[in-house]
Design a binder for this molecule. Sequence first.
Ligand code: GTP
Length: 283
Amino acid sequence: MDIQWYPGHMAKTKRLLLENLKLVDVVVELLDARIPCSSRNPVINDLLSKKPRLIVLNKSDLADPNYTALWKRELAEPGAMVVDVNSVKGSGIKAITPALNKLAEEVMNKLKNKGRRTRAVRCMVVGIPNVGKSFFINTLVKRKITKTGDKPGVTRGQQWIKVAKDLELLDTPGILWPKFDDQEVAYKLAVTGAIKSEVLDIKELSFRLALWLRDNHPHVLLERYKLSNLPNKAEELLSAIGRSRGFLVSGGIVDNHKAAVLLLKEFRDGLLGRFTLDLPNSE
Ligand SMILES: Nc1nc2c(ncn2[C@@H]2O[C@H](COP(=O)(O)OP(=O)(O)OP(=O)(O)O)[C@@H](O)[C@H]2O)c(=O)[nH]1
């Protein structure tokens, strides 16, 4: 599978991101809990240059909880805490504010020791497209939105949102780019929906997903699509899925495109179960 995708405005996005990073004390790095590695920007460590970081495994409702627990342990390091959340339902969100305050403690103490006036901790959210940045921000600041007004240094139109008494969040998230030179990573981004559908080969993607499910979670296919057996060939497997849903065109032929779209959608929506595609190193 050869997926080539790169936002045209990348240089501008990166410049803006670097400018905004200078304004914050802590960075919230949003990752997709199903693909914590593949949804990570390849040069994130250079970009953040040792800024304290809260790693948020978002969409944890769609990931395998056992793997999420292992990932949380593996990703934690000095200066970086890890939490998992569901930004749609809000679970895990309560832990965010205390974690950000804790991560900023050192910076704030330094300011105090220098005799500077104490101020609110400032943070911003960064992540690749579709990882859930907007949902996360909205859930975090729900009903508490008090724009604090433009401050020097913030690009016009951007605002600080007061999240808690001593915590402010930049309302515009930083968009990062994923790793695109690795086709395995590209596949995982595509199958989880991080890459827009117009740049994908739906057929190839669904074939690969169908075979992966057949080999690793056969019972899921058997039960969800009420199949009595699982054909070995991807095309036949997809036809069986389509037939079970009545996706027939004239002459009793199965509409495989419709079946492909359905399989991908149900996988992305979590209707087939909770799956983690990037396995932790310990596995
Ligand atoms: N199941 C689930 N879906 C989520 C979660 N967070 C976000 N989503 C879904 O992911 C999709 C993308 O969410 P956004 O918040 O728009 O993502 P974004 O990172 O702001 O996207 P860009 O604007 O493209 O950079 C939406 O369809 C959300 O419904 C989550 O925790 N669980």
